[in-house]
Design a binder for this molecule. Structure first.
Ligand SMILES: *Cc1c(COP(=O)(O)O)cnc(C)c1O
Ligand SMILES: [Zn+2]
Length: 502
């Protein structure tokens, strides 16, 4: 839609100009720093940082209903920079000029409601938000669009040269970082560190295809993370992990999109997210709090975080009901099908602790819940979801298993509606489906396939004496007809079909 076609009262807001003043703020000691240099941890106390708009209050000059109107109309703009997460420009990157925005098609992912059969299985109505429909097939593109747009802005405004973007990854962060880095022509290359043998072949193929330097390291993600931090402390590299506060900022778009898709009526929702490094849940909490602060929404949804029993430090932390007695202890992870969340020492834990406190202070003790599920439950839930029209990855399965568990345990009530984060596309994690179907799970996973959920291709060949087609060779028409008829008959028998005409 062209600018002059928008109603007069919103037209001036449709194309945002850079505004606001962003600062890094330490979550531990509250120190603040300018954003002119890339900073990941507090130079004073090494705490994690968040980005704060010092002039945030100015946004309150526009009333909540007006913001809704602006964001809704803005989704009709054809300007590419506003097609993705930056249609919420004022909330997650207001200092950026639109020509610095890197847009590769991220954001705007669909909500797909569960059919009646799946709803009954789960015990309540819900929808998957398919973040696997982002360009690198996971939600990580949201944060990467933000981090690379800012990097692009820095490169242009400070004339930086030869920036090396690095990250450690359980697979999807590196796919996203490599994709965005490969798009920027001026001055950025990327290197990604992966735990050897702990990412799927699809995830490994992504940064390779994008032309990144791919480095594999023995150990698990937590070990890779330590090495990347060591590098970022000593060498001139741009750290693209979720320690980078720009990543969190971009991921807030997930909350904004849910709000917009529900006409800003989210108080009855349960928003379910898997927790790994805890960047995503940080962004989701922060996102809804910001919307409430600007009165764009009038009530907060309940947030349900889900972890696997094999990687459950956040769950264990919140198991202690007395806040004064909670202590965070990293765990040693065991093999998990929710491999993207297989993290024992989440970088964003300090952020989560603060935000959950704030969230609960506003919306009540029960407004943030954390539950854990078994590996078996994750696999079964994913397969059942995908047999009902979804494209959930194992972490999406983890959300569904968590919803069922939380409902059963009375953590949430079934008269609500849930939005589950299908954080990546099913295809990225096809190896786990394959292990299930072929009953090839290593014992550590503790997954036993249920017969009714298994599936395998059937090879149908014609009976003895009937010729088969051979690629590249032509076939006698009569022989080919015999092949078609006998093979069709065999298939009909296996599928139990009755012939209706002869
Ligand atoms: C990164 C990731 C997660 C975990 O998110 P955190 O922000 O690390 O908690 C879950 N699912 C997928 C597919 C991911 O890529
Ligand atoms: Zn500090």
């Amino acid at each position: 839609m062209r600018l002059e076609q928008f109603p007069q009262n919103v037209r001036e807001h449709i194309l945002p100009q850079p505004a606001g003043t962003y600062r890094y703020r330490c979550y531990t000691c509250q120190a603040e720093y300018g954003i002119e240099t890339l900073l990941y941890t507090c130079p004073e106390c090494r705490g994690v940082l968040m980005i704060r708009d010092v002039e945030w209050e100015r946004l309150k000059q526009v009333p909540g209903p007006k913001w809704r109107e602006i964001f809704d109309y803005r989704s009709m703009v054809t300007e590419p920079a506003l097609r993705g997460i930056y249609r919420f420009h004022e909330l997650l990157g207001s200092i950026l000029p639109l020509d610095a925005v890197v847009y590769l098609g991220e954001g705007h992912t669909p909500l797909v409601r569960a059919n009646a059969r799946l709803r009954d299985w789960a015990g309540m109505p819900f929808a998957f938000k398919n973040d696997g429909q982002n360009p690198s097939a996971s939600f990580k593109d949201r944060g990467m669009a933000s981090a690379f747009s800012y990097l692009n802005h820095l490169i242009r405004s400070r004339r930086l040269e030869k920036v090396l973007a690095v990250c450690a990854s359980t697979g999807d962060t590196s796919a996203a970082a490599a994709l965005y880095a490969s798009y920027l022509v001026d001055g950025v290359t990327s290197a990604v560190l992966l735990p050897h043998g702990k990412v799927t072949p699809q995830q490994l193929s992504q940064p390779l295809g994008s032309g990144a330097r791919v480095i594999e390291i023995p150990g698990v993600f937590d070990d890779c993370m330590k090495i990347v931090e060591h590098l970022a402390d000593r060498y001139p590299v741009a750290l693209m992990n979720s320690k980078n506060a720009w990543r969190i900022l971009g991921q807030e778009s997930y909350s904004y999109e849910i709000a917009q898709a529900c006409d800003y009526d989210v108080g009855h929702l349960v928003v379910v997210v898997p927790i790994g490094n805890a960047g995503n849940i940080t962004a989701v909490l922060e996102g809804f709090l910001k919307l409430l602060d600007l009165e764009i929404i009038t009530a907060l949804p309940t947030i349900l975080g889900v972890q696997s029993e094999h990687a459950n430090p956040v769950y264990l932390y919140y198991l202690e009901s007395d806040p004064a007695r909670r202590t965070f202890r990293p765990v040693t992870v065991r093999p998990s099908v929710a491999q993207a969340a297989m993290i024992g020492n989440p970088v964003s834990m300090p952020r989560v602790i603060r935000l959950v406190e704030r969230y609960r202070a506003v919306a009540g003790e029960r407004s943030v819940q954390v539950t854990e599920v078994t590996e078996q439950e994750i696999m079964d839930a994913m397969l059942i979801a995908n047999r009902n029209g979804h494209i959930a990855c194992t972490q999406g399965g983890e959300c569904l298993a968590g919803l069922k568990r939380a409902l059963h345990e009375g953590l949430i009530s079934g008269d609500r509606e849930a939005v589950l984060d299908a954080t990546a596309h099913a295809l990225k994690f096809a190896v786990f489906q394959e292990k299930y179907f072929e009953d090839r799970f290593e014992p550590d996973f503790e997954v036993t396939p249920r017969a009714e959920l298994r599936n395998a291709p059937m090879l149908v060949r014609p009976p003895e004496g009937v010729a088969e087609p051979v690629p590249g060779r032509s076939m006698d028409p009569d022989a080919f007809r015999r092949f078609v008829e006998s093979t069709a008959a065999e298939i009909a028998e296996r599928l139990n079909l009755k012939e209706v005409r002869g």
